[in-house]
Ligand binder design. Structure first.
Ligand code: SF4
Length: 224
């Protein structure tokens, strides 16, 4: 099995964070009315995409009724619609939507993952939960041999990426600051920041499609 496959295999079996295990499984049992007839994934969600990726897209964690339901990161919710719409416009995904694990979606040169692999209450993992999960991200970054650019969606992902890179020996000093459109070079990687495509950001117009398209186009240029 490839290293990415091994990581994914370990991720889906992980029960290291008692609070998150309880939450992700409770959400999967109780569900939400509009998905009451569906079987939720209810487990940690592995990364997904092209093993030859030159660009890594990094989110915070699975959404309770999105990836925690479908089992694929950024799949089955509005944040995913926004992200994959942008990836498709930029030629990095073969479909503009991400609906389920078996929808046939293929990414070109992109791998999508998250700092934490279990849906957290209030979208807020604790620092201990973040640190417990980070080795999975470190291993994914190390396994993606063609990787050149990391797009962090939100400040939590930006910070998580810097921590993972530091653990791999790539320490950025002074610590680069997150912002939409911010850029930094950390070791062999270009880091780019973008506002997270959460409904809080997209419904209020803080993040509109051309803004994410621009960051992805820039990441594509930097990744070669
Ligand atoms: S958040 Fe990460 S470390 Fe914690 S239980 Fe989920 S997969 Fe395991």
């Amino acid at each position: 099995m490839s290293e990415l496959g091994s990581v994914a295999d370990e991720v889906v079996r992980c029960r290291a964070c008692p609070r998150l295990v309880e939450w992700r499984e409770r959400v999967a049992r109780e569900k939400v009315a509009r998905f009451a007839d569906q079987e939720y994934w209810g487990r940690p969600v592995p990364g997904f995409g092209d093993p030859a990726a030159r660009i890594l897209i990094l989110g915070l964690a699975p959404a309770a009724h999105g990836a925690n339901r479908t089992g694929r990161i950024f799949t089955g919710d509005r944040s995913g619609d926004f992200l994959f719409g942008s990836l498709h416009r930029c030629g990095l995904a073969d479909q503009p939507t991400s609906l389920s694990r078996d929808d046939g979606l293929k990414l070109r040169g992109v791998y999508v993952t998250a700092v934490n692999r279990c849906a957290p209450p209030g979208n807020r993992p604790t620092p201990q939960e973040r640190d417990r999960c980070l080795p999975f991200l470190e291993r994914e970054i190390a396994a993606l041999e063609a990787l050149r650019a990391i797009v962090a969606l939100g400040a939590f992902a930006w910070d998580g990426a810097l921590r993972a890179l530091a653990a791999l020996g790539h320490v950025a000093r002074p610590k680069p600051r997150f912002g939409h459109g911010s850029e930094a070079t950390v070791g062999p990687y270009a880091m780019l920041g973008a506002f997270h495509p959460s409904q809080q950001n997209t419904f209020t117009g803080k993040l509109i499609p051309p803004m994410l398209d621009d960051v992805l186009a820039r990441a594509t240029a930097l990744a070669g």
